[in-house]
Design a protein around this ligand. Structure first.
Ligand code: CA
Length: 240
């Protein structure tokens, strides 16, 4: 039987995108659009995992999480829109198994969902939440640069490199889309979020920092190339 996911989300754009992507991953989807509907639907739909937005009409995601947790061990991933909400979710110990912040990459969300579903399947006696995660890191490699989203690790020319969060997300996005042009708008939206109000130079500053780390000659970039008037593209190094 297909794994059933209950999506609790009031923003139509997210509902549509999630439904399409998760169905493509083979999941069956039910959608609740407010907190009260989520609780009703939880009882009838008996989902294998709940994807729960924090900011909801009628009843907050935090309260929904507490009420579901009072009667079920179902894996719950909280979806937060701001870092302040992350603090709330983590600080209150509402019983969520994981959380993810908007905007997130579908790939990362699905990896976390599968990880929780596996743990739930094998039960708390065999695999605890504290068990180090193995086998599920799917590194993205292009040439001699690779990122491991699950482990938050970057390897450049065989060397492990520590990157600040935004640089890490920017590099991941570029590698995932290697060979394709990413417009400035898309990069800013995906890495900094919808409510990005900073100077658009911020993107260029981060690109420059990344080039200093991944390019052989940072002033003559051959990997992170500028597509004038559009944005940037990650070019796989050609075999010499
Ligand atoms: Ca919301």
């Amino acid at each position: 039987m297909a794994t059933k996911i209950l999506i609790v989300e009031d923003e139509e754009a997210f509902v549509d995108a999630l439904t399409v992507s998760l169905q493509r991953e083979g999941f069956t989807i039910d959608v609740a659009r407010d907190g009260a509907e989520a609780l009703d639907m939880f009882d009838t739909s008996k989902p294998d995992l709940v994807l729960l937005d924090v900011m909801l009409p009628v009843m907050s995601g935090v309260d929904v999480c507490r009420q579901i947790r009072a009667k079920s061990k179902v894996p719950i991933i909280m979806v937060t829109a701001r870092s302040a909400e992350v603090d709330t979710v983590v600080g209150l110990e509402v019983g969520a198994d994981d959380y993810i912040s908007k905007p997130y990459r579908m790939r990362e969300l699905v990896a976390r969902m599968r990880s929780l579903l596996r743990r739930a399947q094998y039960g708390p006696d065999t695999v605890s939440a504290a068990t180090p995660v193995t086998n599920e890191a799917i590194p993205i490699s292009v040439g001699d640069v690779s990122v491991d989203v699950e482990r938050h690790e970057v390897e450049i020319r065989g060397q492990s490199v520590k990157l600040p969060l935004r640089e890490f997300e920017l590099l991941t996005l570029l590698l995932e889309n290697a060979g394709r042009v990413l417009t400035r708008d898309v990069l800013i939206e995906r890495v900094w979020g919808y409510d990005y109000v900073g100077d658009t130079k911020t993107l260029d500053v981060h690109i420059k920092r990344l080039r200093n780390k991944v390019e052989d000659i940072p002033s003559e970039p051959r990997r992170i190339v500028t597509i004038r008037g559009l944005g940037y593209k990650y070019e796989a190094p050609k075999a010499s």
